[in-house]
Design a protein around this ligand. Structure first.
Ligand code: FA5
Ligand code: MG
Length: 393
């Protein structure tokens, strides 16, 4: 029998009460807007596009490797140690992803996971050898139609026994690489039918070699996943130094946007019936053939507001676009559609740099009033001065 059932009982622990965990710690940069997203579990809703995609990928792995061979986990708690998120997957101490500009810290040793790879080491030590981990991940990031600070990833890992490459008479890394690519190309075909894909060489601290898979969609190459042959150090740390493994991490929103033709990543968070009613468990047909695409309903008008300001004179580098986005998000939540730099210049005489950002406000559900937008924009301006130290122009 497989050592793991599809539901792994002792890892599906109830989530601790998050308010016990999130404190007023000085290193805490988790805003309420982000904190609030933690309970949604979109990937666990059978009728949600992300839940549908997750199930379809699970079916593909059942078909390819045998039913239940890949154990699936949907309940791994998203607050993890910085050690699990970074060190356990060999992210170097000075890597930019560790900065408070890129990652949400609960305190200096605890983060909201920025990828599902945070669970690789723990799962391997726990005895899992073939598994899929799906969950919400968090990144301080810019704002536009394809970027949201919370999105969902699925991690896949498969460990090989020495016997497998010895019997095949091939090099272990070649075997792992070949199976990995074949598996993921097969997944792309299963999801999208006859699509054009390409492999791009990539770098991750936790795999070597590493690749990204891109899909040609609406005239552009879209990156949908990263993957590679797991670094031996990770296997050694788990007491598996005689084995080899491949791993991948894919973005569920990216796949769902392509599969269902969803134009804006914020729609996945909407509970507007015009969105939710269009998706139903089991609606997927292999290769996307004849499947109902999302029918966009009329968009409410956007409202554009520009804000011009001088960067802090003493240390202009302290201003970052991610920090500005966080301020805007904390005030306007999902009413903000985009934050975009539209002008930048230096006043040499004053020794100051000016930026102008355009903030686009739009609701997916209703028309916004002028008073409402003006109040949001006033609060954004006020917070920019208080929290970012800029001087409004
Ligand atoms: C990672 O997160 C690696 N942990 C993936 C991995 C796992 C590599 C195991 C090797 C082995 P990356 O940051 O590129 O890599 O993100 C992986 C995928 O998540 C991307 O290909 C994309 O599909 C999705 N993704 C990344 N950022 C965003 C975002 N802001 N919004 C939506 N999807 C995103
Ligand atoms: Mg990438």
């Amino acid at each position: 029998p497989a050592p793991f059932s599809r539901r792994h009982p002792h890892l599906s622990l109830p989530r601790p009460n998050t308010t016990d965990v999130i404190t007023g710690d000085a290193d805490n940069n988790v805003t309420d807007h982000i904190f609030e997203k933690m309970g949604y579990a979109l990937h666990k809703r059978p009728d949600h596009p992300l839940g549908i995609i997750k199930a379809v990928i699970g079916d593909y792995f059942d078909e390819k490797f045998g039913k239940g061979e890949f154990a699936t986990f949907d309940d791994m708690y998203p607050i993890v140690t910085a050690h699990a998120n970074f060190d356990s997957v060999l992210v170097p101490p000075d890597h930019v992803s560790r900065s408070a500009n890129d990652t949400y810290y609960v305190n200096k040793d605890t983060v909201l996971r920025c990828h599902t790879s945070a669970h690789q080491a723990e799962m391997l030590k726990d005895g899992a050898r073939k598994f899929l981990v799906t969950g919400d991940v968090y990144r301080r990031d810019s704002i536009d139609a394809t970027h949201f600070p919370v999105f969902h990833q699925m991690e896949g890992v498969r460990v090989f026994e020495p016997k497998e490459w010895e019997d095949a008479g091939v090099d272990a890394v070649d075997l792992a690489s070949a199976e990995l690519k074949e598996t993921l190309e097969g997944l792309a075909t299963h999801l999208f039918g006859d699509v054009e894909t390409r492999w791009v060489d990539a770098y991750f601290p936790f795999t070597e070699p590493s690749y990204e898979l891109e899909i040609f969609f609406k005239g552009e190459w879209l990156e949908v996943l990263g993957c590679g042959v797991m670094e031996m150090k990770i296997l050694e740390d788990a007491g598996l130094g005689d084995k080899r493994a491949w791993a991948f991490g894919l973005g569920l929103e990216r796949l769902a946007m392509v599969l269902f033709d969803v134009p804006d990543i914020r729609l996945f968070w909407s509970d507007d019936k015009r969105f939710t009613k269009q998706f139903k468990e089991g609606m997927f047909r292999a290769g996307g053939v004849g499947m109902q695409k999302f029918k966009p309903y009329s968009k409410y008008p956007p409202c554009l507001k520009d804000v011009s300001f001088w960067l802090p004179k003493e240390n202009p580098e302290s201003f970052t676009e991610n920090n500005l986005c966080e301020v805007v998000r904390d005030v306007a939540g999902s009413l903000v559609e985009e934050v975009k730099l539209i002008d930048e210049f230096e006043n040499k005489k004053k020794g100051l740099t000016s930026n102008c950002f355009r903030i686009t406000y739009r609701s997916m559900e209703r028309s916004l009033t002028d008073e409402e937008i003006n109040a949001l924009q006033d609060k954004v301006r006020e917070d920019m001065v208080a929290k970012l130290g800029v001087e409004l122009r």
